[in-house]
Design a binder for this molecule. Structure first.
Ligand code: PXL
Length: 286
């Protein structure tokens, strides 16, 4: 007899599928799978390539999402984590909240990557209503992973690329926490030749994980980081350790991508490094 409930860990990932450009599901599925975890995708849209390219095909999946996951309810599925990324509309955010209501148990890590913008610029498709809805979703996160731009949008603090000192990062993180998010990782903060991740935990403690800044900015870096982070948290790492491993993996992927002279919009060539992620869950099972 087959068991529907497996001992193997499962992460539900709610994100778009972009066929080219290495972001969202095309990043999460291989990374989470390489870590030995089953990646269960809920697509929000299908794109030929991500929106960082001048032209792309976009097929919205909002109308189909609840029918899609209603079949999962019949299968009695539950998840070790629910990880959400790029969400294209206000209605889609409400659907994601409904998904969390239906599928999150007491032990489920809710990981929200509030994809909204970068370098002080908000993505063109985001309305103020959209931002308000993302604030509501962020409040449900066990782990929230905004970049500095997104952290500023979520808290209403004006963005300034010089916000990189501890007192300012603490103030932003405290605002996010008082709005409801539990642990917060502000990612990709640029500081004198380094890229820093500021970790603010639910008990009010904080730490910084820094890596050297190499080359130019590349599409999908945040998605690679969040997929590794989700995998490591589900495998039982403490938050600091999970952030360190995610930061190390992104750094290795940037190095290899630079060597291959891949155009920045094509994302990180992480495929060549997937072996580094193996051994995630096997250790616990074998
Ligand atoms: O990497 C974030 C992201 C995800 N999905 C789509 C995007 C982007 C960033 O541009 O366009 C479709």
């Amino acid at each position: 007899m087959y068991l529907t409930i497996s001992k193997q860990k499962k992460i539900a990932v709610i994100n778009d599928f972009s066929g080219f450009g290495r972001c969202s599901l095309s990043v999460s599925i291989p990374i989470i799978s390489a870590a030995g975890i089953q990646c269960c995708a809920v697509p929000t849209a299908v794109l030929s390539n991500h929106t960082g390219y001048e032209d792309y095909f976009f097929d919205d999946y909002t109308d189909k999402m609840s029918v899609y996951y209603s079949k999962w309810e019949k299968l009695n599925l539950s998840f070790d984590a629910i990880y959400t990324g790029f969400l294209g509309s206000v209605r889609q955010i409400a659907i994601v909240e409904d998904f969390i209501d239906r599928f999150a148990g007491n032990e489920t890590h809710i990981i929200v990557d509030p994809v909204m913008g970068d370098n002080g610029r908000i993505y063109a498709t985001l309305t103020s209503e959209h931002c308000r809805s993302l604030r509501r979703l962020a409040a449900r996160a066990d782990v929230l992973t905004p970049n500095l731009t997104e952290a500023c949008i979520l808290t209403g603090i004006p963005y300034n690329e010089n916000i990189c000192e501890i007192p300012e990062l603490l103030m932003i993180s405290e605002k996010l926490r008082s709005a409801g998010s539990r642990d917060i990782v502000i990612t990709g903060i640029k500081k004198s030749g380094s890229i820093c991740n500021f970790i603010y935990k639910r008990d009010g403690s904080y730490s910084v994980v820094a890596a050297p800044s190499i080359g130019c900015e590349r599409a999908g870096t945040g998605d690679v980081f969040a997929a590794v982070l989700a995998s490591r948290l589900v495998c039982g790492d403490a938050l600091e350790e999970a952030v360190e491993r995610s930061s190390d993996f992104v750094l290795d992927a940037i190095r290899i991508t630079e060597k291959l002279e891949t155009p920045p919009q094509d994302g990180l060539c992480f495929e060549l490094l997937l072996r580094e992620l193996c051994g995630g869950q096997q250790g616990a099972l074998l």
